[in-house]
Design a protein around this ligand. Structure first.
Ligand SMILES: [Zn+2]
Length: 276
């Protein structure tokens, strides 16, 4: 970032943070409605308890939840903490992406990817499915944006970035599909959902095989640590089927934000560079 004026930088960060919160508010609508096959445009937001429409001033991202003390104004039903969490999370990640990539064409693409990952995460947590609109849609958009913006894959020409995108898609979907096939053969039950397979394919279409490799390693690491802690400290029972999408999404977000730096450090370390 080259902007020399800290005040301007702070102001722009705040604008982007609020923009992210608004996007989070829209994602909440999608998270609720897409699995129920409802339109994400109409009708306007309603309280899920009393079905009364929510006026705009009670529907402000981040602010309204606290102003209403987490309850519906009409019927007093508790508003799920998920709503404000999604808004805050989207706002923070949008700001981090902007800090990382600045005014580059990559920034809005990664805002879109992060929105898709948040959508997949919260639908998967609640319904144990990842909507095709996110995973298959993500694959198509990943290939499209790779063709339009080769810089997404750190190359100059469309043919190279398309190759990287397709290869990432195939390695992503193929590797998890194989894990699923082997898991099924070993444990005699479905170990890996097809939704996860398609989601990693979509992640690969945007990040190439390097991003897939990172996502597989980090998501399985996070999955083991978080899963075992939940069982050990949260009294959670061992389940054969846990939503894996959120771990894939979290790892992909880490790759988007800091992956290139890690990758270069890793390659440097492999090459035995004197810096290490
Ligand atoms: Zn209500």
């Amino acid at each position: 970032m080259t902007d020399p004026d800290p005040a301007v930088y702070l102001y722009l960060s705040l604008v982007i943070f609020l923009g992210g919160a608004c996007m989070g508010s829209f994602l909440n609508v999608c998270i609720h409605r897409i699995p129920r096959s409802e339109s994400i445009v109409t009708p306007r937001s309603r309280c899920p308890e009393c079905r009364r429409p929510i006026p705009w001033h009670d529907n402000l991202p981040l602010i309204s939840f606290f102003a209403l003390r987490g309850r519906c104004r009409s019927c007093g039903a508790r508003i799920s903490f998920r709503y404000v969490s999604v808004e805050a999370l989207t706002a923070v990640l949008f700001t981090l992406v902007w800090w990382q990539y600045g005014w580059s064409v990559i920034t809005p693409i990664f805002w879109l990817v992060i929105s898709g990952l948040i959508l997949a995460t919260f639908v998967d947590l609640e319904h144990m499915i990842i909507p095709d609109r996110v995973s298959l849609g993500g694959m198509a958009l990943g290939v499209l944006f790779s063709a339009l913006v080769p810089a997404l894959h750190h190359v100059e020409h469309m043919t190279e970035s398309l190759k990287s995108s397709f290869f990432g898609l195939l390695v992503g979907a193929g590797s998890l599909w194989l894990v699923g096939v082997i898991g099924k053969w070993m444990f005699r039950k479905d170990a890996m959902g097809l939704g996860d397979v398609k989601l990693l394919g979509a992640i690969g279409a945007f990040t190439g095989w390097q991003g897939v490799l990172f996502t597989v390693m980090i998501s399985s690491l996070l999955g083991s640590i978080i899963g075992l802690s939940l069982i050990a400290f949260g009294g959670r029972e061992w389940q054969s089927r846990v939503p894996y999408g959120p771990y894939l999404a979290l790892a992909a977000v880490l790759w988007i934000l800091w992956g290139t730096a890690w990758w270069e450090a890793y390659v440097g370390w492999l090459a035995g560079s004197p810096d290490f």
